[in-house]
Design a protein around this ligand. Structure first.
Ligand code: PLP
Length: 424
């Protein structure tokens, strides 16, 4: 089996130019690809067209962000109209209120909302809000889970799930020392760590369906243990649903039967524009409120709540009705089942995980962990591209609202064909 099977003359040319001006050729570690990434010219609905004019079905949707696919007419109309009225002001706009109303109407725990321009920033503000509210320094996070590029949560985000504290190079000792790492879906193991640090913990930060450690949903016993610990200790439970909010109308934690104090949102809520939000109970969100004097947590950002992202977000949420969420969730389940059947038929011991419209293929079930399947997954990625389908090279993918039966069947056929080719 050869590694790279996709020949894209234009992408190779573009990459040669890119490395002259960008480290690794681009601005996102995750889109780096050897020997070169496939450059995209345009996207429409469920499909993208690359620099050589080759069209493919897109199941990555910008790392699960584009729940309505590419250039959805309602988002294009909303964004175009907003741009025409001016892209940002040093004063608030009415659409920020409309968007906050739409979000708070979805989940009873979203009493107040604060907007940022990315999920990373929203995680950072939620953590800082917990510190400001509790006056405590430490945060707990799940081993291996990803929460964006903020240094305090980049600790131990390597996806391995190992409890050994992996820090990004150069992360100061003080940052690493204030981030406590808990095991995933092991209530007793997590509680043992949390109890040790209880008096110093500002928050327990979780992703209820953490994609980087396999996209397995958190179990009820685990969630109940964390909720109870937070109630007893005074730490805030923060649910980072930047990726997982799309699994249900009210978000992931609601689907799994628990409640957060603060929820971090991003990706799908912005309809394709840069966005992040912290939503939560008024008593915690009050740390942002300057109306009674200097706020406990001053929070600025030149592009926070800019009317283009707000307008796109309003349009995105309007289309995400409970019925639509259920439909794409069912399509997600079909895709997971069809991949599992194809894998079993091929005699492989791979895993397919996920919930709702999200899926992740893991090209191993080896006890040493997901990393051991990374090379096989990368090969599958290129073979799938050759067969007209795009998912992440980590195996991450999702269903978007323009998709239906035809796209699911097309994907399943391409997946089975790719497995046969890999094994030939
Ligand atoms: N949190 C989670 C769970 C994520 O999956 C991501 C992005 O993938 C982030 C935070 C960071 O969001 P953004 O890429 O918008 O900064």
């Amino acid at each position: 089996m050869k590694g790279h099977t996709v020949n894209s003359e234009k992408s190779a040319e573009l990459y040669a130019r890119a490395v002259e001006v960008l480290p690794g050729g681009n601005s996102r570690t995750a889109v780096y690809s050897s020997p070169y990434p496939i450059y995209i010219q345009s996207g429409s609905g469920a499909r993208v067209t690359d620099a050589d004019g080759v069209e493919r079905l897109d199941f990555l949707n910008n790392s699960t962000t584009l729940i309505h696919g590419h250039a959805h007419p309602e988002m294009v109309a909303a964004v175009t109209a907003a741009v025409g009225r001016g892209t940002s002001f040093g004063m608030p706009t009415p659409v920020e209120i409309e968007y906050a109303e739409a979000l708070t109407a979805r989940n009873a725990t979203f009493e107040h909302v604060r907007f940022t321009s990315s999920g990373t920033e929203a995680v950072m503000m939620a953590v800082q809000a917990a510190r400001a509210y509790t006056g405590r320094p430490k945060i707990a996070k799940i081993a291996g889970a990803y929460h964006g590029a903020y240094d305090a949560v980049a600790v131990n985000n390597d996806g391995s799930g190992s409890l050994i504290s992996h820090a990004v190079t150069g992360n100061p000792e003080g940052v690493v020392a204030n981030t406590v790492v808990i095991p995933f879906n092991d209530a007793e193991g997590a509680l043992a760590v949390l109890r040790e640090h209880a008096a110093d913990l500002a928050c327990v930060l979780i992703d209820p369906v953490p994609w980087r450690i396999g996209l397995v949903p958190a179990d009820k016993e685990y969630l109940d243990a964390l909720r109870e610990f937070c109630d007893d200790s005074g730490a805030l439970l923060i649910s980072d649903e930047v990726g997982s909010f799309r699994v249900g109308y009210q978000g992931a934690l609601h689907v799994l039967g628990s409640e957060a104090d603060l929820t971090v949102l991003g990706k799908v809520i912005g309809g394709g524009m840069p966005i992040g939000a912290v939503a939560g109970r008024r008593r915690y969100m009050s740390v942002f409120d300057p109306s009674q004097g200097a706020p406990a947590l001053p929070h600025s950002g030149s592009y926070n709540a800019n009317p283009v992202s707000m307008s796109s977000g309003v349009a995105s949420l309007r289309l995400l009705t409970p019925e639509v969420m259920e439909r794409i969730g069912e399509l997600g389940e079909r895709i997971r089942q069809s991949m599992r059947a194809g894998i079993a038929e091929a005699g492989l011991d791979w895993e397919v995980n996920g919930l709702g419209s999200l899926f992740r293929v893991i090209a191993t079930s080896a006890p040493e962990g997901y990393a051991s399947g990374a090379a096989a997954m990368k090969r599958l990625y290129w073979v799938l591209l050759d067969n007209g389908v795009h998912i992440g090279d980590s195996g991450l993918g999702c269903v978007s609202t323009p998709m239906g039966d035809a796209e699911i069947t097309e994907y399943a056929e391409a997946f089975d064909k790719s497995l046969r080719q890999m094994l030939a």
